[in-house]
Structure formats: C-alpha cells, structure tokens
Design a binder for this molecule. Sequence first.
Ligand code: PGA
Length: 250
Amino acid sequence: MKRRPLPAGNWKMHTTVAEAEELAREIVGSDIPADRDVMLAPPFTALSAVGAILSGTSALLGSQNVCWEEKGAFTGEISPPMLKDVGCSMAIIGHSERRQIFAENDTMINKRIVGAMQHGLVAVLCIGETLEERETDKTFSVLEEQLAGGLTGIELKNADQLVIAYEPVWAIGTGKTATVEQAQEVHAFLRDRLTRMYEKNIASQIRILYGGSVNPNNVDELMSQDDVDGALVGGAALKAETFARIINFK
Ligand code: PGA
C-alpha cells in the first residue's frame, strides 16, 4: 500500500497571530490535492487562531513541541491536552534546534513522544546528523541512536501514530539540500531500522519526511524517491505561494 504523502510547514519562531492567520488562509485557499495530508505548525501563540481557520478543512494543525505532563509547574511548556484543545493533531518533537540550542536529549524527546501519544497526538520525531558527523562517517550510527533513543518503549498499534522526519542539520536553513541519493539512502536505512522495531506491516507504512532547505525547485525530485514520503519545510513554508507549490509536488 502506498503511503499518503505529508508536506508539512514548520513556521518556527515566525509570524504574529495576524500574519499566521493570513498565511493559513492563503494556504487552505490554495489547491490541496485530495491524495495527500498537509500539516501546518505555527508558533504556540498562533495555534488557536490557525486551528480555527483549519477546522473543517483537510489541513492538519501541528505544534512545534509538546510537554510530557498534562499540567502543573512546568513553566514555559505546553501540554498535550492544551494542544488538543486548540485543534492540534500532530506534534513536532526533537527538532534539531531543540536539540542544539535548548539541549534536549533523546531521553527528554522520548518522554515527549510518550506524552504526545498517550493523548492521541501524532508524534513527528525529527532526527539528523551534523556536518561533522557526516564527514566523519557517523551519519548512520547517530541516526540509529536518535531513532532508538526517541522510540524507546514506544509501541505502535498503527503506522499513523508516528512520523519520522530526517533533517540533516547541515541542510537546515542553509540552502544546502541533501542530494536525492543521500536522502533516499538514509530513508531506506531508517525504514530498515523501523522494520526491526515494529511489525513489518506497520514499519512499511510509517511516513518518513525529508527536511532541510526543501523548496519548489527540489521538492519534485526529492518526492520521487521511494522512501521519501513528504517534506518538513521551514523557510519555504512561510510564503503561501512557495508552500502551495511544495504541497503540489509532482
Ligand atoms: P528549512 O527548515 O526548510 O528552512 O531548512 C527545515 C526545518 O528545520 O524543519
């Protein structure tokens, strides 16, 4: 069975509420082919407003992070029920900016995934190697560790509960994209590792997104690869026109 493609926009720390509303309106107003899912992940402050715009459309609302606790003294964090309350169905977890700038490690990321899944949020686990790791031939060991660390103790009933996003750190926001061969090689490797962790019919249906300087000029070629099931897009997701083109990859 073919996996349903998932182009996703990670707006990072961009947009006021008004800007987010405008962008979301433009995106849902563009043609979204019926054979794919689209996720938008605005900043926390705009989730509620964007959620209202997406409600009743096919587009999905995602958060850029999520806490493992339901409530309590966790200053600066947002809980799964709070995210569900504003219409989120997905949560990005373990983005390289969280790992590198905010020192999140695999143990913490694993807790976030557990918390998200307990409340029925789809976890989008981001993993990726740095340039130094790639140049010293550590890419596959780093990815294996991040995948296994993030998914420790996670059982899946179906493939839709989890999405993996492979985002080489050296390709994020740099204009450098992995070659399609590099992306496919890693995606196939991750698929193989997932097959060792989960039943084959589940592992074969988990979507693996590529992220890192995806734009209208490279999306078609990336999406043509067997194991590339979508894109996690930063910069190019902030303009409706470019993101609409990415959604409509050929
Ligand atoms: P980019 O970001 O598309 O701007 O490289 C991707 C991401 O960090 O998810």
